[in-house]
Design a protein around this ligand. Structure first.
Ligand SMILES: Nc1nc2c(ncn2[C@@H]2O[C@@H]3COP(=O)(O)O[C@H]4[C@@H](O)[C@H](n5cnc6c(=O)[nH]c(N)nc65)O[C@@H]4COP(=O)(O)O[C@H]3[C@H]2O)c(=O)[nH]1
Length: 619
């Protein structure tokens, strides 16, 4: 039985009832000398016991009921209050509760002290439980002798359940029912305290789902939510009772393994979690395959408090993500540095755009046959005041996480379109500009409307704009993806599939997408001279593009051999350091103004490349 002395809520039993109750009690014990007066007292008591909505009882010194109110009779399941006379609490409640009530009443009889405002959890023989707010007092005769006890109790079960629900909601994740961040902190503190006493380790595993964002963006939040519930279920069943599983929000879960005996234990847990999540989920008619990246930190080796252990596990998880996901990494001291840097970057990223720290650089796209500039690719740069240029590979995922990529992406689009128009005014004709579009922009922003607005504002013709979609953002041929692509095509812009060959979805969906161009990922070109398989893949991509009527661009051309290879294989365009790195607008403008195309197989080709290398490579 749970009991709490309740001071703040005694107002739940109205004061008037208590005063009235005490007066009546007094009337009972002080017998009236006048019969008529006695009759009135009796009638008043009867009326009181019949109508008061609270549980009122009088008991003798042996804790047997003398009288109870009608409300109490209903509460304990008796059709008539008289039937309670002579009964004990043990005839009504569970032995545990009856024992506690008896002990309380003995104490009141012994000390003469009332017990006021006590919250009691009453348990019943059938396992039910209810809550009452009770005031118990000694019952005295005219001479002041204690002849028993009396009490008044209000049923507060509904209120108590609501309170418990609120408490649960405050400490648990509404979607999965798992402990939330607040409860996790508490449980982790307890696990640390226990491990400290028993000289053991605690492991914290940060689990982040791979490709979850794509599922959410692609199939909608409903499917995303069902997937998270599925993941929570799998985590629960693949771990021990004593392990703690919590959801931190989004697609991040935390597992705490208290009392780690050996390092191998943690690796087993991490592998189990990864294996459990990689199994396909079947949700609303879709078969979804995601993965998990797990970062691990240990108490006391890595940190001694919940906050740092969670941060370190998070840093290790990022490391696992960097390795391509589907794996686990332990925290190392070197990661602490990376973590600090990441935190600073995230802080700085917020105002970077408004502080004018972002810039767009341009890299020429070259026709393999003629050497003409067919366009430029716009590439985002972050000119950090202290760290200098930071690679987009490093900060674009952070921008996405911070939910800033849609705005920054729009800014890149606008800047690139304006730049082309500016170059045109300066007499530099650029047939097209290719702008990268992130998954967040593609699915979350209203991309088609932004593109239309920007084209209208800048005056660039739609056929001069190409949007580069990373292959990883196009999960499959869902209606949503196709619709967004078609909307963009209706505006008149062209679409290219970036990093082609690196994703897993490409071939089966290619035919359905209204795509104009494939960009062969630089990893294939890098190895064409040393790895026959890479050369064969590059050729197959070109054949595939050809067969589907798509033109191809070779990315990352750094050597003449690569350039010649692409030309021989019939690849229309190329891009790479051999011609130029991405340059700031003014430098790129100069390069483009001075650009001399070549004719295929002419000796000029070689000269041009040498000249370009000299101009561009040092930047
Ligand atoms: N090793 C080598 N690399 C070469 C060569 N030629 C070009 N590159 C690099 O390859 C990347 C080509 O861009 P991407 O595949 O779209 O890959 C881009 C793109 O996915 C993303 N990105 C850049 N700007 C934006 C942007 O404005 N929006 C979005 N969503 N993503 C962007 O960041 C990625 C990396 O951009 P960068 O670091 O600028 O890296 C650029 C470019 O500098 C070469 O010959 N050798």
């Amino acid at each position: 039985m749970v009991r709490q002395l309740h001071t703040g809520r005694s107002g739940l039993i109205p004061m008037a009832s208590i005063v009235f109750f005490l007066l009546i009690v007094r009337m009972v014990v002080l017998r009236s000398k006048q019969d008529s007066r006695h009759q009135i007292d009796h009638d008043l008591l009867e009326a009181f016991l019949r109508h008061i909505p609270d549980n009122v009882f009088f008991k003798d010194r042996d804790s047997r009921f003398l009288r109870i109110s009608r409300a109490m009779a209903e509460y304990i399941g008796l059709p008539d209050p008289k039937l309670a006379v002579g009964k004990l609490d043990s005839d009504i409640f569970s032995p545990e509760h009856a024992g506690q009530a008896l002990a309380d009443e003995r104490e009141i009889i012994r000390t003469g002290q009332p017990q006021i405002g006590v919250e009691e959890r009453e348990t019943w023989p059938d396992g039910r439980e209810s809550w009452v707010l009770t005031n118990k007092l000694p019952l005295t005769d005219r001479g002041g002798q204690i002849i028993g006890t009396m009490g008044i109790a209000r049923n507060i079960t509904d209120w108590k359940l609501a309170e418990q629900r609120l408490k649960h909601m405050a400490l648990h994740d509404a979607l999965t029912g798992l402990p939330n961040r607040v409860l996790l902190q508490d449980r982790l503190s307890q696990a640390i305290a226990l491990a400290r006493r028993t000289r053991n380790s605690v492991a914290v595993l940060m689990v982040d789902l791979d490709r979850f964002k794509n599922v959410n963006d692609f199939f909608g939040h409903n499917v995303g939510d069902r997937l998270l519930e599925g993941v929570a279920g799998r985590l629960r069943i693949s771990l021990r009772e004593s392990d703690i599983v919590a959801r931190m929000g989004g697609d991040e879960f935390v597992i705490v393994v208290p009392l780690v005996i050996a390092d191998g234990d943690v690796e087993t847990v991490a592998s189990k979690v990864i294996a459990a999540i990689i199994e396909p989920f079947h949700i609303e008619g879709h078969t979804l395959q995601i993965g998990a990246s797990v970062g691990i930190s240990l108490f006391p080796t890595d940190g001694v408090d919940p906050t740092s252990l969670l941060q370190f596990a998070d840093a290790a998880m990022y490391e696992a993500k960097k390795e391509g996901g589907g794996t686990y990494c332990f925290f190392t001291p070197e990661l602490a540095k990376t973590l600090r840097r990441r935190q600073t970057l995230e802080k700085n990223l917020h105002g970077a755009c408004s502080r004018g720290e972002f810039a767009v650089h341009y890299q020429p796209l070259i026709s393999t046959a003629s050497g003409r500039v067919t366009g430029v690719e716009a590439l985002l740069r972050w000119n950090h005041p202290e760290e200098g240029m930071i690679s987009p590979i490093e900060f674009i995922p952070r921008l996405e996480e911070l939910g800033l990529m849609v705005d920054v992406g729009d800014w890149v689009l606008q800047t690139a379109c304006l730049q082309i128009m500016m170059w045109r005014k300066q007499g530099i004709q650029i047939p097209r500009v290719a702008v990268n579009v992130s998954a967040q922009q593609f699915y979350r922003g209203d991309l088609a409307r932004s593109v239309e607005r920007i084209l209208c504002e800048t005056g660039l013709r739609p056929e001069c704009l190409e949007l580069e979609l990373t292959e990883s953002l196009t999960l499959d041929d869902s209606a949503i993806t196709l619709e967004i692509m078609r909307n963009l095509k209706e505006i008149g812009v062209s679409l290219s599939l970036d990093d082609f060959g690196t994703g897993w979805s490409s071939l089966s969906y290619l035919r359905q997408f209204p795509i104009d161009r494939l960009k062969i990922d630089k990893s294939f070109l890098r190895d064409i001279s040393s790895d026959p398989a890479a050369a064969r893949i590059a050729r197959s991509i070109l054949d595939l593009g050809n067969n589907l009527g798509l033109s191809c661009i070779g990315e990352g051309v750094e050597t003449r051999l690569q350039r010649e290879y692409l030309h021989e294989q019939g690849c229309e365009e190329m891009q790479g350091f051999l011609f130029s790195r991405a340059l700031p607008p003014d430098d790129c403008g100069e390069l483009l103004r001075a650009w001399k195309p070549w004719r295929a197989n002419s000796p000029k080709l070689q000269e041009t490349c040498v000249a370009v290398e000299e101009i561009c490579l040092p930047t």
